[in-house]
Design a protein around this ligand. Structure first.
Ligand SMILES: Cc1cc2nc3c(=O)[nH]c(=O)nc-3n(C[C@H](O)[C@H](O)[C@H](O)COP(=O)(O)O)c2cc1C
Length: 370
């Protein structure tokens, strides 16, 4: 029996296995009309097929807690009843396959209001459907317009927006809530000294820069039931301190260990450990498992369960990560786009019992067509 296909219990929730689907924006929601930012049949098919494919947890893409938090006008959002009802269809479909539906609550900050990536991903003007962006400080991400620095009142509203969206996610049937604190989006701009030059209580030293993330965690935990888990996705490094030739001061792995302890103390149950996204020109070693050492370090030094993500491609690789205690779960992104039924292949390769949907299982076990 593999470790990859043993359950993982977080609070009272038993997640049937440790091969999880990473959140992936599809830029495919309506950008206007009553169904703006609501999931469609495309999203339903996209997520339900990975649940049928055997992923233990299926995380929906970054879901904006309010309109200006979308990366593009075609992102999902969760701030009204129509969106909530559409998400309820989606969570029911994922649960029908025995998988756990997870939401990723997000605000894109200074990287919002951009075009679809396959059309170039540039900043959109107001005429093209864009909007003014916000950030920790008024400095732009390379190539995008300058954001507005959030005021204290706006921060208070933002924290409330995360809580309101989490309440809606729960009502829509999600069992896991993840706060998106990675990839250069809004929470990440507060954490990283690259983007946070505030002089108030939300800037300065590490404690100040972590304040917004911790307030949002507390707000989401406050509305999320005791028996269900909350996750936090972080960029463990800006990839500046790893490069001795880069003089810029970035967020680094030791900061992530501190953050992990702080979010754990506020009821986060697992850290989803990604990297990057803060500067456009970081040198990132894109080799299989390149982010796993950060998940491993957090798990060892902060004692918090972790998920590893990033170029996890093969069953034996995923098994090694969880079996040797480098992380508690392996998240797959692009490999599950290529191969939605990867977990069924992985079970076979790792010598586990098959777990096909019952509609397929009796048939695929037979070679004859009688
Ligand atoms: C198409 C696409 C969309 C993505 N959207 C998100 C997202 O919504 N939220 C997020 O945290 N990461 C997002 N990511 C990053 C993935 O979750 C994952 O961390 C990354 O792709 C590395 O894993 P992989 O090598 O298995 O693809 C996205 C990646 C891809 C390829």
């Amino acid at each position: 029996m593999s470790t990859l296909f043993t359950p993982l219990k977080l609070r009272s929730l038993e997640i049937p296995n440790r091969a999880w689907m990473a959140p992936m924006c599809m830029y495919s929601a309506p950008d206007q009309g009553p169904h703006t930012a609501a999931p469609t049949d495309f999203h339903l098919t996209h997520l339900a097929s990975r649940a049928a494919g055997g992923a233990g947890l299926v995380m929906a893409e970054a879901t904006a807690v309010r309109p200006d938090g979308r990366i593009s006008p075609w992102d999902l959002g969760l701030w009204n009843d129509t969106q909530q009802a559409a998400f309820a269809r989606l969570t029911a479909a994922v649960r029908a396959h025995g998988s756990v539906p997870a939401v990723q609550l997000a605000h894109a900050g200074r990287k919002a209001a951009t075009d679809k990536p396959w059309l170039g991903g540039r900043g959109l003007s107001a005429d093209e459907g864009g909007w003014p962006t916000v950030s920790a400080s008024a400095e732009p991400f390379e190539g995008l317009p300058a954001p507005h620095e959030l005021t204290q009142d706006e921060i208070t509203r933002l924290v409330g927006d995360f809580a309101a969206s989490a309440e809606r996610a729960l009502a829509a049937g999600f069992q896991v809530a993840e706060v998106h604190g990675a990839h250069g989006y809004l929470i990440n701009t507060f954490l990283s000294p690259v983007a946070n030059h505030r002089t108030d209580a939300y800037g300065g030293d590490l404690q100040g820069r972590m304040r917004l993330a911790l307030e949002i965690v507390e707000a989401v935990r406050g509305v999320w039931p005791e028996h269900l888990p909350v996750l936090f996705r972080t960029s463990a490094t800006d990839w500046l301190s790893e490069n001795p030739e880069d003089p810029r001061q970035g967020w680094a792995a030791e900061d992530t260990v501190r953050l992990a302890k702080e979010v754990a103390a506020r009821g986060v149950d697992l850290l989803d450990v990604s990297t990057g996204g803060m500067v456009h020109d970081a040198r990132i070693p894109a080799e299989p498992g390149y982010q796993v050492p950060f998940a491993e370090r957090v798990r060892a030094e902060a004692g918090l369960p972790t998920a590893a993500v990033g170029l996890i491609l093969e069953p034996a690789q995923a098994e090694e990560i969880v079996a040797t205690g480098r992380a508690d779960a392996a998240m797959l992104g692009r490999q599950l786009l290529r191969e939605p039924y990867w977990p069924h292949r992985a079970r076979a390769e790792l010598g586990d019992q098959p777990a096909w949907p019952e509609q397929y299982g009796y048939a695929v076990a037979r070679r004859k067509k009688d």
